[in-house]
Design a protein around this ligand. Structure first.
Ligand SMILES: N[C@@H](CCC(=O)N[C@@H](CS)C(=O)NCC(=O)O)C(=O)O
Length: 202
C-alpha cells in the first residue's frame, strides 16, 4: 500500500519544491500543508514537533516525521528504488553520486541562499552582485561536469532535482548562465521535466 505523505512548506519555490518534484517523478500523491512564514507558523510548538529545526520542508510519512529536503529525497528515492532516482548502494557510481548530491545540498545551497537574501528579503544590489560573483566558481564546476552528459550522474536522479532547484533560484535572482553553456543547456533540460512544473517560472 502506498504511504500517506504530508508535506509542510511555505511557497512553491522553497526547498519543499524538491520533495514535491520528486513525488511527481515517482507518481506519489502528497497532502500539502502551507505554513505562513510571516505569521511565524514554523516557529510554533506544534510545527516543532514535526520539525525540531523550525524550518521547511518536513514530511510526515505514515506517521514518521522527517526534516531536511536532501534527507527526505534520499529516503523517498530509496523507498522507491525501482524508479532508479538515485544511484544506490551496490551500484557503480554510488560514491560519485553521493559527492555530487551533497555538493548540491551543502556547498551549492549555501552559495545560492545569499542571492535570495539580497534579492528578496533584504534587497541590496551590491551584496547581490558580490554573492553572484562568489557563486560563479561553482557554476564553472557544474559547467565542466555537464559538458559531456545530460544529467549530473548518468541517469536522472534526485541530485538533478537539487541542481534544478538551485539553478532556478539563481535564475530568479538574475544569474545569467550564458557564460556557462553546459549549465544553460542543463537548466533547459531540467525545466522541461513535466514533474517539475510549478517550480520553474515560465
Ligand atoms: N537544509 C535544509 C534547509 C531548510 C531551510 O533553511 N528552509 C527555509 C525555507 S527553504 C526555512 O525554513 N526558512 C525559515 C527561517 O529561516 O525561518 C533543507 O534542505 O531542508
Amino acid at each position: 500500500m502506498t504511504a500517506r505523505i504530508d508535506l509542510y512548506s511555505f511557497v512553491p519555490f522553497d526547498r519543499g519544491s524538491r520533495v514535491r518534484w520528486l513525488a511527481n517523478e515517482l507518481g506519489l500523491a502528497i497532502t500539502e500543508h502551507r505554513l505562513d512564514a510571516r505569521a511565524g507558523d514554523h516557529r510554533g510548538a506544534a510545527y516543532r514537533d514535526i520539525n525540531p529545526t523550525g524550518l521547511v520542508p518536513a514530511i510526515v510519512r505514515d506517521g514518521v516525521t522527517q526534516f531536511d529536503s536532501g534527507a527526505i529525497c534520499l529516503t523517498l528515492a530509496e523507498a522507491h528504488r525501482e524508479a532508479g532516482l538515485a544511484v544506490f548502494e551496490g551500484e557503480p557510481g554510488r560514491a560519485e553520486f553521493l559527492s555530487w548530491y551533497f555538493f548540491a545540498a551543502s556547498t551549492l545551497d549555501a552559495a545560492t541562499y545569499p542571492l535570495l537574501v539580497y534579492k528578496l528579503f533584504q534587497p541590496d544590489a551590491a551584496m547581490l552582485e558580490a554573492s553572484i560573483q562568489r557563486l560563479m566558481p561553482h557554476l564553472a564546476t557544474i559547467d565542466r561536469r555537464m559538458m559531456d552528459r545530460d544529467w549530473i550522474c548518468g541517469r536522472f536522479t534526485i541530485a538533478d532535482i537539487l541542481y534544478g532547484h538551485a539553478l532556478e533560484l539563481q535564475h530568479r535572482c538574475g544569474v545569467n548562465f550564458a557564460e556557462y553553456p553546459a549549465v544553460a543547456a542543463y537548466y533547459e533540460r531540467l525545466r522541461a521535466r513535466p514533474a517539475a512544473a510549478g517550480l520553474f517560472q515560465r
